[in-house]
Ligand binder design. Sequence first.
Ligand SMILES: Cc1cc2nc3c(=O)[nH]c(=O)nc-3n(C[C@H](O)[C@H](O)[C@H](O)COP(=O)(O)O)c2cc1C
Length: 140
Amino acid sequence: MSKVAIIYYSQTGNTKAMAEGIAEGVRANGGEAILYIPQEVKPYMVRDCTGIALGCPAMRFEQLDDDIFEPAYESIKPEFPGKKIALFGSYGWGGGEWMRTWEEEIAKEGVQLAAESVICCETPNSEVMEECRQLGKKLS
Ligand SMILES: Cc1cc2nc3c(=O)[nH]c(=O)nc-3n(C[C@H](O)[C@H](O)[C@H](O)COP(=O)(O)O)c2cc1C
């Protein structure tokens, strides 16, 4: 059975709602979905997962949150090989530039993403929530 860790950082709930949509998709496919916030996730917790979805909103001029999200992200990078990886998150005004930068960075790490990243402006609407469920299905 597939087991998917969904690690998300969210200040105002938009990326959190997307994470919950991804979990719904994983579970709809019969997989196990476990939601983690960066403050709690440790590399061993994702070791036996078959997939990892990483969610972080656009922060500090089109970048990832460096206080809370990035340290957790860096710590679990060694667990990526052999797993299905996907990215998601919400943005405000930048048109999604932070996600393009993130995708380039993760590609340089040798990660081939398992699905197209899901992004949305502020609160996810029903269309975006469906994209999140589809992403969860692809990871499971
Ligand atoms: C400190 C801070 C920095 C932000 N920087 C950006 C940015 O560079 N580009 C952008 O498009 N949105 C930016 N935003 C907007 C957030 O990405 C947007 O509100 C998003 O929906 C927040 O997601 P969340 O509810 O999961 O926290 C920023 C918001 C905050 C609070």
